[in-house]
Design a protein around this ligand. Structure first.
Ligand SMILES: C[S@@+](CC[C@H](N)C(=O)[O-])C[C@H]1O[C@@H](n2cnc3c(N)ncnc32)[C@H](O)[C@@H]1O
Length: 254
């Protein structure tokens, strides 16, 4: 897909969600390998760090856009009692299920994780039913971000915690030119080579350009009613971690 066609996915009325769903379904078999290569092996450490910031033993957690399940499994390792990994790309979920079964067989424990088809903008969960909502590298791909934030607020219990890992639009600074070379030149070539997919990793830098800076994302979370407690820039600012919580009581106007 040409850069122009990728750009058109961000125009009003374009069906970007279907493109995202199809694209992740097509690259599922190479997704984990590409993650390790693209982040020089750092990505699993970021997931563990994100999980440490919010998950406590006994928690019920939803991992929105769980993909191949790495964040969900890190939650289990951190002591969560139940983790629900949701994604709308079935082949990604199949990988997550296989990985979870392998891990559970090794630990001799079963039934802690559940992976199911679901859309982050319409979570198939009751109100106030989870302690933690988490996502890694997902929200940039959701056209209606506010709908996803509303759903997170709905399913979280009062004082429930959230963590987001995402590739933000980078603030101006000395490192921005290097990040642009990494995402615009290196990642699409590596992605094509490793995944065999022509457009998936060309979509990535375009989606980053259309996303928010860490500061803008913080403002968006506050506007959605969350209290943001931590913002961390990782790997020279190419990855951002936002930690937040739902207030104990609903904010009332006036
Ligand atoms: C870049 S992958 C991240 C996967 C995983 N969270 C990780 O840490 O590797 C993005 C995932 O989000 C899923 N996704 C994107 N939008 C979604 C939505 N609205 N509802 C559910 N899943 C979504 C995609 O299918 C894909 O599996």
């Amino acid at each position: 897909m040409s850069t122009d066609r990728t750009e058109r996915l961000f125009e009003e009325g374009a069906d970007r969600a279907t493109y995202v769903q199809t694209m992740f379904s097509e690259i599922s078999s190479r997704y984990d390998l590409m993650n390790r290569v693209m982040t020089v092996g750092q990505d699993q450490g970021w997931r563990r760090r994100a999980v440490r910031a919010v998950v406590r033993p006994g928690d019920t957690v939803v991992d929105a856009g769980t993909g191949t399940g790495d964040l969900a499994l890190a939650c289990i390792d951190a002591g969560a009692a139940q983790v629900i990994g949701l994604d709308f790309a079935r082949p990604m979920l199949m990988r997550a299920r296989t990985k979870a079964l392998r891990g559970e067989a090794l630990r001799g424990e079963f039934g802690l994780t559940g992976f199911a088809l679901g859309d982050a903008t319409h979570l198939p969960l009751p109100d106030a039913s989870v302690d933690v909502w988490c996502s890694a590298f997902v929200v940039r791909n959701i056209p209606d971000l506010d709908a996803a934030l509303r759903e997170a607020a709905r399913v979280l219990r009062p004082s429930g915690r959230l963590v987001f890992l995402e590739i933000p639009k980078m603030d101006a600074g000395p490192l921005r030119p290097f990040a642009r070379i990494h995402f615009k030149q290196i990642v699409p070539r590596l992605g094509r080579l490793i995944s065999g997919h022509r457009s998936a990793y060309a979509y990535l830098p375009v989606s980053v350009d259309h996303f928010l800076t860490p500061r803008e994302f913080t403002a968006r979370l506050r506007a959605a009613g969350f209290e943001v407690t931590q913002v961390r820039r990782l790997m020279f600012g190419t990855v951002a971690m936002h930690v937040a919580h739902k207030p104990e009581r609903e904010q009332t106007e006036g």
